[in-house]
Write a protein that binds this ligand. Structure first.
Ligand code: ADP
Ligand code: ZN
Ligand code: ZN
Length: 805
């Protein structure tokens, strides 16, 4: 996206008018302030000059509105100032995008006056304000909605202003979610002497004793983490607290004892590849000005180390930095690495932050007290002062794309923000996206390479394929547990090493089928099969809408009891492994075993070698350093290849390389077994060979042939309604409109039912707009967005769509 098209930024009033119309998908009929765009269309400007302000209101689906500036406020209304405006009897806050003396495009008496200036000082840095407007333009999204992403809720409400004094004081301690922590009170501080730490007085029994022992020497431990091992951890901790042996208290989860004990670590001596990457980055940082890098380093090549060096240099130069990571990678481990190096200058922004914490972080960044923002997707909007460096780790990760509201891609937009801020942007990955490779070829990104693992003794794992067409079921009789994989697991257990099994599907079985009439049990509100889960009790779940029901014991159609569970999920794998290897310590990591805290607990146990085998979904593929893992088994390597998405093979390739990267990160050489029915597929064959460049060549040629991005620009227009006919006819009308606007400058493909034709009772249709030219694509979408549609229909413009489903 942005790496290729630096857009000239002075937009004419005309262009702006068009744009506002285009961005408006659902006309907010209840909002009746004067809309400059509408007025421009309706009547030629005949009004006199005046002082007016264009304001982004913090109202969903709202575009910019114009207000007149009363004389009394004239000195206080600057670009970025926060103002209070009247909007149909309500008072709403907004940010001034433009304050001018001139022709507002409508009669003065139709403009409402601003009610008050809330804060003269700009709400966000100027660079960020411009960026937000460009982002709104790019995604044809209402500016009001985009502003809401950048300014925390409390700052947008009147309450914030009244409370302002009390707010800004939240200390670093309150950063992070508040969760329960348990910590042993050491004998001395409890004022009591115990001869032996494990047998304190009074005598403890059962889980209370076990918990007390488990806490020895560990500092503060999250209760949730302990609950994995000790189901009664809370009661036990309460008992211990009563006895004065432990402390149970709520603390911020990102502020664990290991964090609070953060000592500045000594950076490892960089290897040659890291040194030259750091040198290149620092040279650009020093020179200033926008520049984009692709940091392409194999898994565990020390990319994080490179970011840390670049951020340090950036701070020395007096600049601020932004580091974006996939949500799943935002672990306490990563944070302590950053804290250990950069100290207390970091704001950590993550989805678990409460409103107040978020606001506090935001203010500390805004004031320049904190200089680095680290977070997932939404940290893109952090008000970092004097932004000079942006790093996006795992830039190919699909979590950078927001799939609701403003459908932005934080990776793409990081390039745009860097460009506008005159900052250096580093996209890092072991498996760069095809668009990044393409950008390297077209000189929009400069590639820096870390070709080998950072630890000298860590080498890339040996990857082997298990052709499921040739290998029958192993000793267990399960088809998916082939003999080679079974033997490899045996070996790992024998040698007391660790293994990870990856399967991209949670639950026990992806579908329930009646063996008599053949009917598959479907979700009542979606057109998808229900997934069968056994734990904690047999039930079925729709993985799309989260519908849940008890597992049926008879077919709904023919009442036969002969129900079969088709396919494979992580629960089934776990169960089969427990049967086959009863002596092994096995755990499962997926959304059902717990997100966030619980998953960290499991990974911690894996690190501490308290587990032998870990079965899981993507959650096992990222983040943690697991040095004991010498085997990674991919159960179904081709699972993603059959999806109706032009990116299917790119995703499969990236996933396989990432999973493989979990094996043998330090010390012993790892082994990766990929079971597949299509070993010859390039996405699999090249992943087996760690041939990232080879895959990029193959896949880019393929994209060129079929005219898919990065060789074309793509957008999806998604149309949904509870009523199938209404959705279909709207899709047809809009597609016709698109065709008319496209002429021969853009292709319209569809409309057609979406690959998931019914979700949450909504019938879904879509069509695709494709064009070599961004401008042509934009023109078509603007026309589609401006169309009046039936109130029962929802139309969504998805520009550079992530998932095609
Ligand atoms: P990546 O982000 O590329 O996956 P990391 O930065 O996490 O890699 O580094 C992988 C491991 O190698 C970490 O344990 C890190 O501390 C270590 N490491 C990084 N650079 C060096 C170096 N120059 N010398 C020794 N160890 C290093
Ligand atoms: Zn049946
Ligand atoms: Zn459903």
């Amino acid at each position: 996206v942005s790496e290729s098209e630096p857009k000239p930024q002075k937009r004419s009033a005309q262009a702006q008018g068009q744009l506002l119309l285009g961005g408006e998908l659902v006309p907010p009929t209840e909002l009746r302030a004067e809309r400059t765009s509408e007025l421009r269309e309706r009547k030629p400007p005949e009004s006199a000059d005046c002082h007016y302000a264009r304001v982004a209101l913090f109202v969903p689906l709202s575009n910019a509105y114009s207000f007149s500036i009363p004389d009394s406020m004239r000195t206080g209304v600057h670009v970025g100032a926060r103002v209070l405006c009247g909007l149909r009897g309500r008072q709403v806050f907004g940010v001034v995008l433009e304050a001018a003396f001139g022709n507002p495009g409508c009669p003065i008496e139709r403009l409402q006056p601003l009610l008050a200036v809330v804060a003269e000082q700009p709400a966000v840095p100027g660079e960020l304000l411009c960026f937000l407007q460009e982002l709104a333009d790019y995604y044809l999204a209402p500016i009001g909605e985009v502003m809401r992403l950048a300014v925390p809720a409390l700052e947008r409400s009147a309450a914030a202003e009244l409370e302002q004094q009390g707010l800004g004081v939240a200390s670093a301690r309150s950063v992070g979610r508040l969760t329960w922590f348990v910590e042993r009170v050491e004998a001395t501080s409890a004022g009591e002497k115990t001869s032996d730490q494990t047998t304190p007085h009074p005598p403890l029994r059962g889980q209370t004793l076990a918990l007390f022992s488990a806490l020895a020497g560990r500092g503060a431990v999250k209760l949730a983490e302990l609950e994995g091992e000790f189901p009664n951890a809370r009661a036990a901790a309460q008992r211990l607290t009563k006895l004065g042996l432990c402390r149970l208290e709520k603390r911020s989860d990102l502020q664990t004892s290991s964090d609070s004990a953060v000592e500045r670590d000594t950076p490892p001596a960089l290897n040659t590849a890291q040194s030259s990457a750091v040198a290149a980055l620092c040279a650009r940082l020093e020179a200033g000005g926008p520049h984009n890098f692709l940091l392409h380093g194999v898994t565990a090549s020390g990319k994080t180390e490179v970011y840390l060096h670049a951020v340090s240099r950036c701070l020395e130069l007096g600049g601020g930095a932004l580091v974006l990571v996939p949500e799943i990678a935002l672990t306490p481990q990563l944070l302590s690495r950053f804290r250990a190096r950069l100290g207390d200058t970091i704001a950590v922004l993550h989805s678990g932050l409460g409103t107040r914490e978020r606001t506090a972080m935001w203010k500390r960044l805004r004031s320049g007290e904190l200089k680095v923002a680290l977070g997932a997707r939404s940290a893109l909007f952090a008000p970092v002062e004097n932004l000079r460096l942006l790093c996006v780790d795992e830039e190919q990760d699909s979590s950078f794309k927001q799939e609701e509201g403003v459908r932005y891609n934080a990776r793409d937009m990081a390039l745009l923000r860097a460009l506008r801020a005159g900052a250096v942007c580093v996209l890092g990955s072991a498996t760069p996206s095809l668009k990044s490779f393409h950008a390297v070829q077209t000189n929009k990104l400069e590639r820096l390479s870390l070709p080998s693992r950072a630890h000298q003794d860590a080498i890339l794992p040996e990857v082997e394929v298990v052709d499921l067409r040739r290998h029958g079921p192993g000793p267990t009789g399960d088809r998916w547990l082939s003999l080679p994989l079974y033997r490899a697991l045996e070996r790992v257990l024998e040698r007391k090493e660790q293994g990870i099994l990856f399967l991209n599907r949670r639950g026990f079985a992806p579908s329930v089928r009646c063996h008599d009439c053949g009917v598959v049990l479907g979700c009542p509100s979606c057109e998808v099969p229900l997934t069968y889960h056994v734990k904690p009790a047999p039930h079925v779940i729709c993985h799309y809408c989260d519908f849940r029901a008890a597992a049926p014991d008879r077919c709904r159609q023919c009442n036969s009891p002969a129900l079969g569970f088709d396919g494979l999920g992580t629960e089934r794998v776990e169960e089969a492994l427990r049967t086959s290897f009863p002596e092994a310590r096995i755990a499962r990591l997926d959304r059902d075993t717990g997100a966030g805290l619980k998953s960290e607990g499991l990974l911690r146990r894996m690190q501490a070698r308290e587990l032998d085998l870990l079965v899981g979904t993507q959650m096992v593929t990222k983040g943690h350093d697991l040095p004991g893992v010498t085997l990674v088994g991919v159960l179904n390597g081709d699972a993603g290849l059959s999806l109706p998405d032009y990116q299917a093979s790119e995703r499969t390739f990236q996933l396989l390389v990432q999973v493989a990267g979990r094996a043998g990160r330090a010390g012993a050489r790892g082994r990766v077994l990929v079971q597949t029915y299509t070993p010859e597929h390039p996405a699999i064959a090249l992943a087996l060979a760690h041939d990232v460049l080879g895959f990029a060549r193959y896949a880019l040629a393929d994209r060129a042939t079929f005219n898919y991005p990065p060789f074309s620009r793509l957008a999806l227009v998604r149309i949904s309604s509870l009523e199938e006919n209404v959705a279909r006819s709207t899709a047809e009308v809009l597609a016709d409109r698109a065709r008319a606007a496209a002429a021969d400058r853009a292709e319209i493909l569809g409309p057609a039912p979406a690959p998931l034709p019914r979700l949450r009772n909504q019938y879904r249709f879509r069509f695709m707009v494709r064009s070599p030219s961004r401008a042509a694509l934009r023109h078509v979408l603007t026309r589609v967005g401006a169309a009046k549609v039936d109130g029962r229909v929802r139309v969504v413009l998805d520009i550079d769509p992530g998932s095609m489903l």
